[in-house]
Design a protein. Sequence first.
Lengths: 368, 595
Amino acid sequence: MYLHVPFCTSRCDYCAFATWTDRHHLHDTYVDAVLAELAAAAARGALRPATSVFFGGGTPSLLGGRRLARLLDAVDRVEGAEVTVECNPETTTAELLDALVEAGVTRLSLGVQSMVPHVLRGLGRHHRPDQVRRAVDRLGAAGIERYSVDLIYGGFGEQDADWVATLDAVLALDPAPTHLSAYALTVEPGTPLWRDPARHPDDDVQARRYELADDLLAAAGLDWYEVSNWARPGHACRHNRTYWQQGDYLGVGCAAHSHRSGRRWWNVRHLDRYLEAVARGGTAVAGEERLGPDEAALEALQLALRTRDGVPDHAFPPDRLARLEDGGPLGPLVERHGRRLVLTRRGRLLCNVVAGDLLPRTLTISAG
Amino acid sequence: MIDPRRIRNFSIISHVDHGKSTLSDRILELTGAVEARDMREQYLDSMDIERERGITIKAQNVRVHWRDHILHLIDTPGHVDFGYEVSRSLAACEGVVLLVDASQGIEAQTLANCYLALEHDLEIVAALNKIDLPAADPERYAAEIEAVLGLPADEILHISAKTGQGVDQLLDEVVRRIPAPKADPEAPARALIFDSYYDQYRGVVSAVRVVDGVIRSAGRVRFVQAGTVHDIEELGVRTPVPVPIAELGPGEVGYLIAGVRNVGEARVGETVTDAARPASSPLPGYRDPKPMVFCGLYPVEGDEFPDLREALEKLQLNDASISYAPETSVALGFGFRCGFLGLLHMEIVRERLEREFGLSLIATAPSVEYVAHLTDGTTRHVDNPSELPPAQNIDHVDEPMLRVTIVTPSEYTGTIIDLCQTRRGRQERLQYLSAERLELVYLLPLADVVVDFFDQLKSRTKGFASLDYEPAGLETAQLVRVDVLLNGQPVDAFSSIVHRARAEDYGRKMAAKLRELIPRQLFDVPIQAAIGGRIVARETVKARRKDVLAKCYGGDITRKRKLLEKQKEGKKRMKSIGRVEIPQEAFVSALRLDE
């Protein structure tokens, strides 16, 4: 289950998410609407006990403990379900954390992005590194052991040393993060960053930073399990894995995406339109697509390729498999783990190339 | 039979935008040939491209009635590439209307066509158009026409084709001043084909001007030069609607359909005579127009090659001046080396291939036809730079020259001289037409004109200069071939023949340009420019290190899959040169003319 919270105190200039900074008066209205959407789904029989719940945004912590608890209470969960809330360091108060633990939240994802002040400013983030440390202190005090840190690399003005300093500082947090996501700053069309090419990140620099991160994280006991995600053993994000394993999930709230058995659909993106739609009929679906079995199988391969599980070698057409061994440039991108092919570190950085050059263009599932 | 004394045959000579199509429209209206309610702009320009670009490509003719006379208006193409069509249209006329914009004055091409008309001994009725515009200065430009062409200023009419002012008077003057055709009705029939086009339903339709005798629709005709005999399927006149007619008498202009399937078999300049009573000698013909500009045309999708061949065959039915021969490029696959009359012609043909036949094409940089004299005493004609033999086998190379006439306001003289000099030009004449305008004549290598000369001239003179050109033979020049190597492998499509003095600079620019255009591969790609094996420039496209989607937003897998699909689509449009994959757009940009 994914719940989208479309509120932020300010919009970062690289951000293309569905989030608003001027609609804080709608917090309750929005929570009611999401509850209504959930109720409608339940009435349709579309709700199954969730194995994981993820509050993403936006800035879910802005809703406050009481509202988040109301939402979580409405979600039927399996025993031991993973429940994650994304929080910004500056809004992670002791009261919030207590309320979240009380409500059943098992995991936090902290939007740290960087531990270097000038890099944070360049990203348009308003917290300071010491606020991160305090938030982590409170996390420890609240008894939350599993938490993840989100980082972004390649921001304007960031040097390799800044990135190393960020990684060092994050790894030195106490308690230490059990999980880390490091995302290359991506220029999304329409954002202020997009309109300012002088601040666009350089692919080579980002590749180097990725490698720096992978080295430092691995040395600290955090292993990659997906292109942009690292975790201590047993701490991979269950919710995240559902996406890569083509699992079923229901997304509620504006702009949320859902998947069930080859059908993918998504809610209207705009907060106001979402509220109107739910008020009218309890749902707010904007579009959908249905994958045929072949398409779905190909997508499964593309998704699995991003993970440490990799792809079974028989999924590659033989002529393409041969290209891995012909001494050409694709060889160093993939390695064998038994009968599976897994991206090497260079390969992870060129994941799209491997997907495009090695995976079949179309896939026909043979009978049996 | 119409009494030839009641016939007037004339063309309008005019510069692009000086109002010829508008005047034709007004004449059609005024003579009642086209009802006002059926009128549409540029009535005679039948091709979409002509109407869009506001230029006439194919000559048209139309019969109208004016008072008790019959006028044949023979339209001429309005672009310098099609100068040969002007001369053949003039051969069907006894006079011309010289139409000049009263705010612009006479332009280079108009001047050239007027000289042509004077050579044919045609009567010139001059009119200054657009006198309704505030910027019109008819007195000034009448004086200029008098000074340049010797036409008395007080005989020059002032008209507005747009409002119709003075157009009736112009027609009266056409009747009064242009002589009736001199024709012998009793002589064996002789008619001149001055245009042919292919109609997909009717076959070849030829525009004919009867010089002597009578052509009858019931008969059979002989094409004197081709030596073929045809049954007439239809004889008619355009009013402008085609109207079948039983006979075309001396001095008349009409059309002939005679079961010909290919314009090459009813060539312009052909003499048509009565098969039963043939004339003993043909009328003076024309030389076939020779292609001057060449380029390779390749389908973006390799499997469209047969479609491209078919499309070229069809176009040639209608335009015998296109030449094409299959060629193979290592870089671009199978395509055709095509010859055109000029740059506009090239552009129009390419546009028609894409628009009318739904093809998407890559065009190589335009080139000209060089004559290489080899050390073994043989010569080779080279219209594709990559086919120039190695330097050590060449004694010398001749290149085609152009005589370019430019008419310009005098303030731009300096910048035009500068342009012509950087293009290896030699000045032949500099002559004032009036205090403010002058005529410059330069001898320029054609190769240096096909590379954005027109654009440069236009931008340097804010569009005020006009030009005309004619072929001026061959000259020996210090030319070398510059090759471009990608990953050590020469790419034929990027080879170019350049003057020695500029070859290194060209090589450096090309390498630098390609470095920007070629996407990064999984390995470093060296780009080299070489002259006869000597590397003169080197750039490197560094290996790509990152191509991955960082994140999957809130489970939006759909977006990710679409991105990958798009990427794959893009890959299909890649051409591989060795291991280097190059998108079509990179070829197109690299081969674009701008420097």
